[in-house]
Design a protein around this ligand. Structure first.
Ligand SMILES: *[C@@H]1O[C@H](CO)[C@@H](O)[C@H](O)[C@H]1NC(C)=O
Length: 353
């Protein structure tokens, strides 16, 4: 039944005409604007900087998706087993798309568009029919150790049309809006103490204006969003008891924006675990799905049990199901066993204004 629909959805983001149209329009506006109205229109221009994709929800208005992170190891460290269970669960939940929280290719991203790792760690691994949907990928710090442009390149989309990776972008499904944020450039240590790693910073320098643009565009897009559920996705943790722990830069710069705009979920990878932290100061939930391959690090820090809802040090993935009134999050292990569930309901009356 859903196969035709799935196929349309799956193609539509790739061929969405909205972007060129927007750009053309903003160019025209800019030319014809008199300075007094320039301010009013800069809102439009600035919000247009985050690339935007429309991805229709199901006919009944609901949406379901899977989230996996930190995965590309040519099938090793249970990557294949996780992929298999994702395929089974993807079928069961009739998923609309898949989110990857980054660190797509270990150890050092892709070294070009013809790097065989793309086939060996992605195309050849996620083979289940239910996973042949649109993947929305962000970049992780390991991806920045390779050729970043390669992962962003349309050439990969030609090789495997389910692939889509961008730095920061928006996927709007009406019922929920997903804001993908490129978090690696926020982290000071990659710039100050890169050790023997070489990061590909082309395209993000000067860093200061890159970061302030990302934050400004995100803030603007969140403010303009009329979606009932707002979900932000990045590679790095905001709050985590795992090996990497909290990301200080994101706590200082990103978290206040999420809280001010009533974001419901922050979803990340980076720590190779499955984790759910809820904060006592806001309804925002911190969900880590970084168990796509190598895990079992064994170094979990203490966390206030009032906030720590769930921590699993091994491999697995997460599903998110969304309706007008409810979000359901479920974590699964490498054999598909349910490890943790969380739900939130919102009344219809508090919906779209
Ligand atoms: C694969 O998963 C099983 C079950 O959780 C675990 O016992 C095993 O250590 C994992 N293998 C690796 C290499 O992490």
């Amino acid at each position: 039944m859903p196969s035709t629909k799935a196929y349309t959805l799956f193609l539509s983001p790739l061929f969405s005409p909205s972007l060129p149209v927007l750009h053309a329009m903003s160019g025209l506006m800019l030319l014809s604007l008199i300075p007094t109205v320039l301010l009013g229109f800069s809102v439009v221009l600035s919000a247009a900087e985050l690339q935007r994709f429309e991805h229709a929800a199901k006919a009944d208005g609901s949406l379901s998706l899977l989230v996996v992170g930190d995965w590309g190891r040519r099938g090793a460290y249970n990557q294949t087993e996780v992929a298999l269970q994702m395929g089974i669960m993807g079928e069961k939940l009739d998923i609309d798309f898949i989110i990857s929280t980054g660190d797509n290719f270990y150890e050092g991203g892709l070294n070009g568009v013809d790097d065989p790792a793309f086939y060996e760690s992605f195309t050849r691994i996620y083979t289940a029919p239910s996973l042949q949907k649109q993947w929305y990928n962000v970049l992780g710090n390991h991806d920045y150790r390779g050729d970043v442009e390669a992962q962003l390149s349309p050439v990969l989309r030609e090789m495997d049309s389910k692939w889509l990776c961008l730095r920061s972008f928006i996927v709007n499904t009406e019922i929920a809006e997903f804001f993908f944020v490129d978090t690696t450039p926020f982290v000071n240590k990659y710039f100050l103490e890169p050790k023997d790693h070489v990061y590909d910073w082309s395209g993000i320098l000067p860093r200061k204006s890159y970061l302030s643009n990302v934050l400004e565009d995100l803030d603007m897009a969140l403010k303009e969003s009329v979606a009932k559920w707002k979900i932000v996705v990045g590679h790095h943790t905001i709050k985590s008891a795992g090996q990497h722990g909290n990301t200080v830069e994101l706590n200082l710069q990103l978290l206040p924006i999420l809280q001010a705009n009533n974001v419901d979920l922050y979803i990340n990878g980076h720590d190779h675990c499955l984790e759910h932290i809820s904060s006592s100061e806001s309804p925002l939930q911190f969900l880590t799905s970084g168990g796509g391959s190598k895990a079992w690090r064994g170094d979990v820090a203490w966390w206030d049990p009032k906030e720590m809802k769930f921590y699993y040090d091994g491999q697995g993935f997460m599903s998110v199901q969304i309706t007008q009134t409810e979000v359901d999050v479920v974590f699964y292990d490498v054999s598909g066993e349910v490890l943790h569930k969380w739900s939130r309901t919102k009344q219809i009356s508090s919906a779209v204004l």
